[in-house]
Ligand binder design. Structure first.
Ligand SMILES: C[S@@+](CC[C@H](N)C(=O)[O-])C[C@H]1O[C@@H](n2cnc3c(N)ncnc32)[C@H](O)[C@@H]1O
Length: 234
């Protein structure tokens, strides 16, 4: 069975381990150099931290977020860019209150390793939420849903993949369209541009829009690439 804990943006590791390897090779050819050795060691540590965030840290962030969500009865949930289902499967202790969870994705292997609807379906089938979750191949820029369809919308580490930034605004507009009045929204995303979502969501009519830095568990290699959690109500 495919693992739920696949690496996010596996190419990110090459930014750390690639230069570290080059430095080591140069030192093997031209001799040991203390500064080069320290730089190589730092790059390896950053790469290991990137791996930690992808396979451990982000799950801790999701667990903490989900433990603070009070679901209404008969709740219909949309997971935007569900990948292997990491975020939606955190709701496994609140099954009774959930009517349905829909996970949509375009299954990009650049954004997450071994990404496919079949791999995710196998993970879902083996979970306690199997009867509640439906997967769909769909782009959030053109969500195949009616207005106001979902009570809770969640999305983890997806929007930063949309470029240029204008596309993220379009995605937030689409999220707002399918979001039920009085519904809840939780977005986890990478980088300081995430702060711009706050004003966009407020302009779309969301209230209580709150953003917090997720801290150490969300560092993608270094604190310079942090993870933020945005919560809001419609
Ligand atoms: C880094 S992965 C995160 C997956 C999952 N949410 C998690 O946190 O483990 C980003 C996911 O967003 C998906 N994605 C990227 N652009 C998308 C789009 N326009 N619409 C839907 N999904 C998208 C990718 O295919 C990938 O599965």
């Amino acid at each position: 069975m495919k693992s739920i804990r696949e690496m996010d943006a596996p190419i990110g590791l090459a930014f750390f381990f690639g230069p570290a390897l080059v430095i080591v090779i140069i030192m093997l050819i031209s001799g040991f150099n203390t500064v080069s050795a320290i730089v190589a060691l730092a790059l390896v540590l950053f790469g290991l931290k990137y791996m930690h965030t992808s396979i451990i840290g982000k799950y801790k962030i999701m667990q903490s977020v989900v433990s603070n969500i009070n679901l209404e009865n008969n709740c219909k949930i949309l997971d935007v860019g569900c990948g292997h289902g990491a975020f939606m499967l955190q709701f496994n202790k609140q099954t009774a209150k959930i009517s349905e969870i829909v996970g949509i994705d375009i299954w990009s292997n650049r954004d997450q390793g071994s990404n496919s609807i079949e791999a995710t379906q196998r993970i879902i089938d083996a979970s306690s939420l199997a009867s509640k979750i439906k997967l769909k191949t769909a782009n959030i820029l053109d969500a195949p849903f009616n207005n106001n369809e979902f009570d809770l919308i969640i999305s983890s580490l997806v929007l930063h993949n949309l470029k240029p930034f204008e596309k993220r605004k379009e995605a937030l507009e689409e999220i707002s369209r399918v979001q039920e009045q009085k519904g809840q929204l939780v977005i986890i995303d990478i980088g300081y541009e995430t702060g711009k979502y706050v004003h966009i969501l407020e302009d779309l009519g969301y209230q209580n829009v709150n953003i917090v830095n997720a801290g150490y568990n969300g560092w993608w290699g270094t604190p310079l690439v942090p993870t933020f959690v945005i919560t809001a109500t419609k």
